[in-house]
Write a protein that binds this ligand. Structure first.
Ligand code: SF4
Ligand code: F3S
Length: 106
């Protein structure tokens, strides 16, 4: 499966959801998760993300490994998102911030 990582937090550009053939994205207040039950590993979402948040599970960086389980957990709780919408209002300010997992809202 593919996995959304920390750089999505407080950005939520949503370009990724527009291209997903299986509507695998789930939406929380300031982060998206990919449902591993629906992801078919097509990889088309990866280049769409302006902050390079999406990785194949086997390629997730070491300091982001917890996001594999976190995507699965959050995807069970959150509704599907299938259409692009505006990024969060301060997305540009948060895009370069590396350590922001404490900002994740459930
Ligand atoms: Fe959707 Fe493909 Fe991305 Fe999986 S890899 S979330 S199926 S676009
Ligand atoms: Fe997040 Fe990137 Fe999608 S910021 S909402 S993973 S386009």
């Amino acid at each position: 499966t593919f996995v959304v990582t920390e750089s999505c937090i407080r950005c939520k550009y949503t370009d990724c959801v527009d291209v997903c053939p299986t509507d695998a994205f789930r939406e929380g207040p300031n982060f998206l998760a990919i449902d591993p039950e629906d992801c078919i590993d097509c990889a088309v979402c990866v280049p769409e993300c302006p902050v390079q948040a999406i990785y194949a599970d086997e390629d997730v960086p070491g300091d982001q490994q917890d996001f594999v389980a976190l995507n699965a957990e959050l995807a069970r709780a959150w509704p599907a998102i299938t259409r692009l919408h505006a990024a969060l209002p301060d997305a540009e300010a948060w895009a370069p911030v590396k350590l922001k997992r404490a900002e994740l809202k459930r």
